[in-house]
Design a protein around this ligand. Structure first.
Ligand code: ADP
Length: 209
Protein backbone atom coordinates (compact mmCIF):
# COMPACT_ATOMS: atom_id res chain seq x y z
CA UNK A 1 0.00 0.00 0.00
CA UNK A 2 1.56 3.32 -1.00
CA UNK A 3 1.90 6.06 1.60
CA UNK A 4 -0.44 9.00 1.32
CA UNK A 5 1.03 11.83 -0.72
CA UNK A 6 1.72 15.16 0.90
CA UNK A 7 3.51 17.01 -1.82
CA UNK A 8 6.38 14.60 -2.18
CA UNK A 9 7.40 13.29 1.21
CA UNK A 10 5.37 11.50 3.77
CA UNK A 11 5.84 9.06 6.55
CA UNK A 12 3.79 6.23 7.76
CA UNK A 13 4.68 3.82 10.50
CA UNK A 14 3.46 0.41 11.43
CA UNK A 15 4.49 -2.46 13.60
CA UNK A 16 6.63 -4.90 11.64
CA UNK A 17 5.31 -7.95 13.41
CA UNK A 18 8.72 -9.11 14.64
CA UNK A 19 7.64 -8.75 18.24
CA UNK A 20 9.94 -5.96 19.34
CA UNK A 21 7.96 -2.73 19.62
CA UNK A 22 11.08 -0.79 18.66
CA UNK A 23 11.24 -2.61 15.31
CA UNK A 24 8.98 -0.29 13.43
CA UNK A 25 8.87 -0.38 9.66
CA UNK A 26 8.40 2.92 7.86
CA UNK A 27 7.54 3.93 4.30
CA UNK A 28 8.41 7.18 2.56
CA UNK A 29 7.40 8.65 -0.77
CA UNK A 30 10.64 9.61 -2.55
CA UNK A 31 10.17 11.02 -6.07
CA UNK A 32 7.57 8.57 -7.43
CA UNK A 33 8.80 5.58 -5.44
CA UNK A 34 7.87 4.10 -2.08
CA UNK A 35 10.99 3.52 -0.01
CA UNK A 36 10.54 1.16 2.94
CA UNK A 37 12.89 0.65 5.86
CA UNK A 38 12.21 -2.55 7.75
CA UNK A 39 13.75 -5.34 9.77
CA UNK A 40 13.79 -8.72 8.07
CA UNK A 41 15.57 -11.36 6.06
CA UNK A 42 16.37 -10.35 2.48
CA UNK A 43 15.62 -13.89 1.24
CA UNK A 44 11.98 -13.54 2.36
CA UNK A 45 11.32 -10.48 0.24
CA UNK A 46 8.72 -10.61 -2.54
CA UNK A 47 10.18 -7.71 -4.52
CA UNK A 48 11.00 -8.32 -8.21
CA UNK A 49 14.70 -8.34 -7.28
CA UNK A 50 16.81 -8.68 -4.17
CA UNK A 51 20.38 -7.39 -4.03
CA UNK A 52 23.21 -9.66 -2.93
CA UNK A 53 26.21 -8.24 -1.05
CA UNK A 54 28.50 -10.63 -2.95
CA UNK A 55 32.26 -10.93 -3.09
CA UNK A 56 34.35 -10.61 -6.24
CA UNK A 57 34.44 -14.36 -6.83
CA UNK A 58 30.62 -14.45 -7.26
CA UNK A 59 30.92 -18.03 -6.07
CA UNK A 60 29.24 -17.63 -2.70
CA UNK A 61 30.30 -16.65 0.80
CA UNK A 62 28.83 -15.95 4.22
CA UNK A 63 26.23 -13.44 5.42
CA UNK A 64 23.67 -12.30 2.87
CA UNK A 65 25.50 -14.13 0.08
CA UNK A 66 25.37 -17.48 1.88
CA UNK A 67 21.70 -17.04 2.77
CA UNK A 68 20.75 -16.20 -0.84
CA UNK A 69 22.56 -19.18 -2.36
CA UNK A 70 21.31 -21.55 0.34
CA UNK A 71 17.70 -20.59 -0.20
CA UNK A 72 17.79 -19.78 -3.91
CA UNK A 73 19.40 -23.08 -4.92
CA UNK A 74 22.11 -24.03 -7.43
CA UNK A 75 20.68 -22.22 -10.48
CA UNK A 76 21.93 -18.89 -9.11
CA UNK A 77 25.48 -20.19 -8.65
CA UNK A 78 25.48 -21.67 -12.17
CA UNK A 79 24.54 -18.27 -13.61
CA UNK A 80 27.21 -16.59 -11.47
CA UNK A 81 29.81 -18.95 -12.95
CA UNK A 82 28.65 -17.98 -16.45
CA UNK A 83 28.91 -14.28 -15.56
CA UNK A 84 32.46 -14.83 -14.35
CA UNK A 85 33.43 -16.62 -17.56
CA UNK A 86 31.73 -14.17 -19.89
CA UNK A 87 32.45 -10.84 -18.20
CA UNK A 88 34.80 -11.03 -15.24
CA UNK A 89 37.26 -13.95 -15.48
CA UNK A 90 39.30 -12.33 -12.71
CA UNK A 91 36.27 -11.47 -10.55
CA UNK A 92 33.63 -8.77 -10.43
CA UNK A 93 35.20 -5.43 -9.45
CA UNK A 94 33.87 -3.65 -6.34
CA UNK A 95 31.12 -1.19 -7.30
CA UNK A 96 29.87 -3.31 -10.23
CA UNK A 97 26.51 -5.11 -10.38
CA UNK A 98 24.89 -7.82 -12.53
CA UNK A 99 21.66 -9.81 -12.43
CA UNK A 100 20.92 -13.52 -12.36
CA UNK A 101 17.58 -15.23 -11.95
CA UNK A 102 16.25 -15.71 -8.42
CA UNK A 103 16.18 -19.51 -8.54
CA UNK A 104 13.83 -20.76 -5.84
CA UNK A 105 13.54 -17.37 -4.14
CA UNK A 106 10.33 -15.35 -4.19
CA UNK A 107 12.21 -12.63 -6.07
CA UNK A 108 12.51 -13.18 -9.82
CA UNK A 109 16.04 -11.76 -9.94
CA UNK A 110 19.11 -11.43 -7.76
CA UNK A 111 21.30 -8.42 -8.46
CA UNK A 112 24.83 -9.23 -7.31
CA UNK A 113 27.07 -6.34 -6.32
CA UNK A 114 30.45 -6.22 -4.61
CA UNK A 115 30.85 -3.65 -1.87
CA UNK A 116 34.11 -2.07 -0.68
CA UNK A 117 36.11 -3.58 2.16
CA UNK A 118 36.44 -0.89 4.84
CA UNK A 119 40.03 0.25 5.16
CA UNK A 120 39.53 3.32 7.33
CA UNK A 121 37.74 5.53 4.82
CA UNK A 122 40.69 6.84 2.80
CA UNK A 123 40.71 4.23 0.05
CA UNK A 124 37.70 5.40 -1.97
CA UNK A 125 35.27 3.23 -0.03
CA UNK A 126 32.45 5.79 -0.11
CA UNK A 127 32.53 6.21 -3.89
CA UNK A 128 32.61 2.44 -4.41
CA UNK A 129 29.65 1.98 -2.06
CA UNK A 130 27.76 4.70 -3.95
CA UNK A 131 28.46 2.87 -7.22
CA UNK A 132 27.03 -0.36 -5.76
CA UNK A 133 23.63 1.25 -5.16
CA UNK A 134 23.72 3.26 -8.41
CA UNK A 135 24.73 0.31 -10.60
CA UNK A 136 22.23 -2.02 -8.90
CA UNK A 137 19.38 0.37 -9.74
CA UNK A 138 20.65 0.77 -13.32
CA UNK A 139 20.72 -3.01 -13.72
CA UNK A 140 17.21 -3.17 -12.24
CA UNK A 141 15.93 -0.70 -14.81
CA UNK A 142 17.64 -2.58 -17.66
CA UNK A 143 15.70 -5.72 -16.63
CA UNK A 144 12.36 -3.97 -16.25
CA UNK A 145 12.43 -4.53 -12.51
CA UNK A 146 9.93 -2.38 -10.61
CA UNK A 147 10.80 -3.23 -7.00
CA UNK A 148 14.16 -3.93 -5.35
CA UNK A 149 15.23 -4.92 -1.82
CA UNK A 150 18.71 -4.00 -0.57
CA UNK A 151 20.63 -5.34 2.41
CA UNK A 152 23.09 -3.06 4.17
CA UNK A 153 25.98 -3.56 1.73
CA UNK A 154 29.50 -3.82 3.22
CA UNK A 155 28.49 -3.40 6.87
CA UNK A 156 28.94 -7.06 7.81
CA UNK A 157 32.12 -8.98 7.03
CA UNK A 158 33.47 -6.01 5.02
CA UNK A 159 33.46 -3.82 8.14
CA UNK A 160 32.03 -0.53 6.80
CA UNK A 161 30.65 1.38 9.84
CA UNK A 162 26.88 1.42 9.54
CA UNK A 163 26.55 5.06 10.61
CA UNK A 164 28.71 5.98 7.62
CA UNK A 165 27.25 3.48 5.14
CA UNK A 166 23.61 4.32 5.88
CA UNK A 167 23.72 7.94 4.65
CA UNK A 168 25.47 6.84 1.43
CA UNK A 169 22.87 4.13 0.81
CA UNK A 170 19.94 6.44 1.44
CA UNK A 171 21.24 9.42 -0.57
CA UNK A 172 22.17 7.23 -3.54
CA UNK A 173 18.81 5.48 -3.61
CA UNK A 174 17.13 8.90 -3.52
CA UNK A 175 19.11 9.90 -6.64
CA UNK A 176 18.44 6.53 -8.26
CA UNK A 177 14.66 6.59 -7.94
CA UNK A 178 14.63 10.14 -9.33
CA UNK A 179 16.67 8.95 -12.32
CA UNK A 180 14.72 5.68 -12.86
CA UNK A 181 10.98 6.38 -12.45
CA UNK A 182 10.14 2.81 -13.52
CA UNK A 183 11.45 1.65 -10.12
CA UNK A 184 8.39 2.07 -7.94
CA UNK A 185 9.55 0.47 -4.69
CA UNK A 186 12.86 0.13 -2.87
CA UNK A 187 13.25 -1.66 0.46
CA UNK A 188 16.12 -1.44 2.89
CA UNK A 189 15.98 -4.77 4.71
CA UNK A 190 17.98 -4.68 7.92
CA UNK A 191 18.86 -7.82 9.79
CA UNK A 192 19.14 -6.49 13.36
CA UNK A 193 17.36 -3.95 15.52
CA UNK A 194 20.62 -2.02 15.75
CA UNK A 195 20.97 -1.78 11.96
CA UNK A 196 17.30 -0.91 11.57
CA UNK A 197 17.66 1.91 14.11
CA UNK A 198 20.67 3.30 12.24
CA UNK A 199 18.90 3.40 8.85
CA UNK A 200 15.59 4.55 10.35
CA UNK A 201 17.21 7.59 11.98
CA UNK A 202 18.84 8.63 8.72
CA UNK A 203 15.73 8.03 6.60
CA UNK A 204 13.48 9.90 9.01
CA UNK A 205 15.83 12.88 9.15
CA UNK A 206 15.99 13.02 5.36
CA UNK A 207 12.45 12.12 4.28
CA UNK A 208 10.24 12.22 7.35
CA UNK A 209 7.69 14.89 8.14
P1 ADP B 1 29.43 -7.55 3.36
O1 ADP B 1 30.47 -8.60 3.06
O2 ADP B 1 29.09 -6.68 2.16
O3 ADP B 1 29.75 -6.77 4.59
P2 ADP B 1 27.54 -9.29 4.80
O4 ADP B 1 26.63 -10.28 4.19
O5 ADP B 1 28.66 -9.80 5.65
O6 ADP B 1 28.07 -8.39 3.58
O7 ADP B 1 26.69 -8.26 5.68
C1 ADP B 1 25.96 -7.18 5.19
C2 ADP B 1 24.80 -6.92 6.12
O8 ADP B 1 23.75 -7.85 5.86
C3 ADP B 1 25.12 -7.06 7.60
O9 ADP B 1 24.52 -5.97 8.29
C4 ADP B 1 24.46 -8.38 7.99
O10 ADP B 1 24.02 -8.38 9.33
C5 ADP B 1 23.26 -8.38 7.09
N1 ADP B 1 22.65 -9.70 6.79
C6 ADP B 1 23.17 -10.95 6.96
N2 ADP B 1 22.29 -11.88 6.56
C7 ADP B 1 21.18 -11.22 6.11
C8 ADP B 1 19.91 -11.61 5.58
N3 ADP B 1 19.59 -12.90 5.40
N4 ADP B 1 19.02 -10.63 5.24
C9 ADP B 1 19.33 -9.33 5.40
N5 ADP B 1 20.51 -8.89 5.91
C10 ADP B 1 21.41 -9.83 6.26
Amino acid sequence: MPPSGDGGKSLRRMRSGWGDPLDEAAAYLVSKATVRVLRGDITDQDTDAIVNAANSSLLGGGGVDGAIHARGGPAILAECRSLREARWPRGMPPGEAAATSGGRLRARYVIHTVGPVWQGGGAGEEEILRRCYRRSLEVAEEHGIGSVAFPSISTGAYGYPIDRAGPVAIATVEEGVARHPSIREVRFVLFSSFDLAAYSTIAKARWGR
